[in-house]
Design a protein around this ligand. Structure first.
Ligand SMILES: [Zn+2]
Length: 444
């Protein structure tokens, strides 16, 4: 088959697979490719060609000479109040984010403890890639930041089919014009949106720089990962979770897509490389017919790998449960590393050490928001972008300068406060930070 015809065939195979894939909870890569094909078949064919042609880094410099700096990561969190509370508000969210960062740093560097479970037959293929990530500490406007921003929304979440932007891949959460949170410059930051994904079993989806470059200009504003809030970081079953996705590995998997590697089975509707399938284009992952779910016992064989050692279901780019996937291969690593080469699409992401170090940045203004403001209700909420350990008190004055509310917050700082008002009027909220900070609020 020539390339164009083959690409078309694969696209239709993907559309058939969508139905089956939606019965399971995982990433939206197949959905995305289907949508991209519908948007523009010619661009889709070009995308497939370029993904497959993406070079390996084999003969270039060693990784430690390549990686300049950890990649600054910004989490844009959009949850309603009930979802936010279920995560333990700002403190709980911060813990999930920190554990998520830990997981991806370990997984990308072969430091995950469960790598000891890799079967001997695959052990030598395990990769320590050498890409590191750090929370962004300086925002695009030069202020200090915590690496995450939180917006409390009124709706239960976002549908994959958006009304704004590209209209695919939960695009509505990425635009402040319609209540979302805008992307931070994707050439400097890796953007991750944390939301409740509605109406689908897609738990996460990634717009990679390559996809965005082919589908310009819309997707340029949507580069990054969207993830369900219940799969962020490490969690136990007493916390909001999705079964099998409690170890933060979905973000590891999605970042694989961000760095242009595909599912181990190639999203080709069960085909094998010797009967027209595409597989994943990576030579050291065994051919595989379809995704693996759950936690099988090694070895597992299928029609594409019928002899020992069988398929590599413990690869991060398969769909196995989080606690049953624990490796990238060397060739997957080489393909990802090529993205951060000086000629690579994500080179600029490893070139901003100043964005992960706020020690020279003293402007720490506007670390909290008051909403709704003005308020027709009796209640306002004060939301800090991080837990303000230096917050000593919250005072509220009426228009006459009288203190109508006082809360001593020493030793019990929280990131989220609610205050009830008993009379309409104009009030001033004073937050006792290192430098007291004032904001006006109007109650109708
Ligand atoms: Zn995926």
């Amino acid at each position: 088959m020539n390339i164009a015809v083959r690409a078309l065939f694969i696209a239709f195979a993907i559309s058939n697979l969508i139905v089956a894939a939606h019965a399971q909870d995982e990433c939206g890569q197949e959905y995305l490719r289907h949508e991209l094909f519908n948007k523009n078949p010619e661009s889709y064919n070009l995308l497939l060609k370029q993904i497959n042609a993406y070079p390996l880094v084999s003969n270039l410099k060693r990784k430690h000479e390549i990686v300049e700096s950890p990649i600054p990561v910004i989490f844009h969190v959009l949850l309603n109040e009930q979802q936010f509370e279920s995560l333990g508000e700002t403190i709980g969210l911060r813990n999930f984010i920190n554990s998520a960062m830990n997981v991806i740093n370990k997984d990308f560097n072969g430091e995950n403890a469960d790598s000891s479970l890799i079967p001997t037959a695959f052990k030598s293929q395990m990769s320590s890639i050498g890409i590191r990530f750090a929370l962004a500490r300086v925002s695009p406007n030069g202020n200090s930041c915590s690496g995450y921003e939180i917006k409390i929304i009124d709706s239960p979440g976002y549908s994959a089919a958006g009304q704004y932007g590209s209209g695919i891949a939960f695009s509505d959460c990425k635009y402040s014009a319609i209540g979302g949170l805008d992307i931070w410059d994707p050439s400097s930051y890796l953007n991750v949106w944390i939301v409740n994904t509605l109406g689908t079993n897609i738990l996460a989806i990634t717009i990679s720089p390559l996809v965005a470059s082919i589908y310009q200009p819309t997707l340029q504003n949507e580069i990054g990962v969207v993830m369900h809030y219940k799969i962020l970081g490490l969690r136990d079953t007493s916390q909001p979770h999705i079964y099998g996705r409690e170890k933060g590995r979905v973000l590891t998997h999605e970042l694989g897509h961000f760095f242009e590697i595909s599912h181990t089975w190639g999203d080709d509707n069960g085909l094998c490389p010797d009967n027209g399938g595409v597989d994943d284009g990576i030579e050291d992952t065994p051919p595989e017919s379809n995704a693996i779910f759950g936690c099988p016992i090694f070895p597992v064989f299928d029609q594409c790998s019928s002899s020992f050692p069988g398929i590599m279901f413990m690869n991060f780019m398969d769909y196995s449960d989080d606690n049953c996937r624990y490796m990238f291969t060397k060739k997957q690593g080489e393909k990802m590393l090529s993205c951060i080469q000086p000629f690579g699409e994500s080179f600029s992401l490893v070139s901003h050490p100043e964005l992960i170090d706020s020690s020279n940045n003293k402007s720490d203004v506007s670390i909290y928001r008051i909403f709704p403001n003005p308020s027709h209700a009796e209640e306002i909420k004060i939301l800090f972008s991080r837990v303000p350990t230096e917050l000593r008190y919250i005072k509220i004055y009426n228009a006459l300068g009288q203190v109508v509310y006082y809360l001593d917050t020493k030793n019990q700082a929280k990131g989220f406060y609610k205050v009830i008002f008993h009379a309409p009027g104009i009030y001033t909220v004073e937050c006792g930070l290192t430098q007291p900070s004032f904001q006006k609020v109007i109650i109708f």
